[in-house]
Design a protein around this ligand. Structure first.
Ligand SMILES: [Zn+2]
Length: 230
C-alpha cells in the first residue's frame, strides 16, 4: 500500500508542506503546531455576558498562542489547526449541551453565519468547521443577509449597529432549543443579533459558546499575575 505511487506522491506533498511550515504559535520551523504550543491551546474556559444578557462560554482567552493559532486558521487558510482548536471547543460545548439535559428537544448547535465575502476568500466557514472538529454536527439555521462591514475597528455601539439585520433564519418552523457557536467573541453584538433573529423565528436560544473571548480592560493584567503565581 505504502509503495503505491499515488500514496508516495501524497506523502512527499505532505512532507514538503511540513518542511515549509512554521508553528502557528511560536514560528518554530517544520511543524504546524509544536508540542509546547499545543499545550497552550488547551481549554481554559471563561464566561461572558453579551449586552443582551446571553451567557457565553468561551474555551480560552483570545491572547498569545491561542490568538496566533486562531488568526492562522481564519486568515491564512491553515485548516489543520481546526482540529486542536475544535478539540478545545468540544470540551466547553459538551458541558453547555449537558447543562440543557432537562430540555425536551435535542439541542441544535447553530454557527454564526459567515459573510459571503469571507466565504469566498477562505473557502470554508470557521465556526462550522470548528463544530465539526469538535465532533458535533452544525445546524445552519442562520444565513448572512446583505452586505456587512468588518466588525474589526468598530466600538461597541458601532458593532451593534453593524450587526443589526445582518442575518436571517433559514427556517420559519421554530421551536427547537439553540446554542449559538462562534469563533471569537468580542462585545457579543453579533451573538445578540443571532439570538434575536432566531427568537423571532420561534427558537429558544439558551446559551452561546465561543472558541475564544477577547480580554477586557484589566483582565489582561489579572490573567498575567495569575499565570505568574502558578
Ligand atoms: Zn510552537
Amino acid at each position: 500500500m505504502l509503495s503505491h505511487p499515488l500514496v508516495r506522491a501524497v506523502g512527499v506533498e505532505v512532507l514538503a508542506l511540513l518542511l515549509a511550515a512554521t508553528c502557528a504559535g511560536c514560528d518554530r520551523p517544520e511543524t504546524l503546531l509544536c508540542d509546547a504550543c499545543r499545550q497552550g491551546i488547551r481549554s481554559a474556559p471563561l464566561v461572558r455576558r453579551t449586552p443582551g444578557g446571553l451567557l457565553v462560554s468561551a474555551a480560552m482567552p483570545f491572547e498569545s498562542i491561542a490568538a496566533r493559532c486562531i488568526r492562522r486558521l481564519k486568515d491564512d487558510g491553515e485548516t489543520l489547526l481546526a482540529r486542536p482548536l475544535g478539540a478545545a471547543l468540544g470540551g466547553v460545548l459538551a458541558g453547555v449541551v449537558a447543562a440543557q439535559g432537562e430540555a425536551d428537544a435535542p439541542v441544535r448547535l447553530v454557527p454564526i453565519p459567515t459573510s459571503r465575502s469571507a466565504f469566498r476568500r477562505r473557502g470554508y466557514r470557521v465556526p462550522e468547521l470548528l463544530i465539526r472538529r469538535a465532533g458535533s454536527v452544525p445546524d445552519r439555521l442562520l444565513a448572512p443577509r446583505g452586505r456587512r462591514a468588518d466588525q474589526r475597528g468598530l466600538d461597541s455601539a458601532g458593532r451593534a449597529e453593524n450587526a443589526r439585520g445582518s442575518m436571517r433564519s433559514r427556517s420559519v418552523i421554530g421551536g427547537g432549543v439553540v446554542v449559538l457557536v462562534d469563533d471569537v467573541v468580542t462585545t457579543g453584538a453579533t451573538l445578540d443579533e443571532a439570538a434575536r433573529t432566531l427568537r423571532d423565528a420561534g427558537f429558544r436560544v439558551v446559551s452561546a459558546v465561543a472558541l475564544a473571548a477577547t480580554l477586557r480592560l484589566g483582565e489582561r493584567n489579572a490573567n498575567a499575575s495569575e499565570t505568574r503565581s502558578k
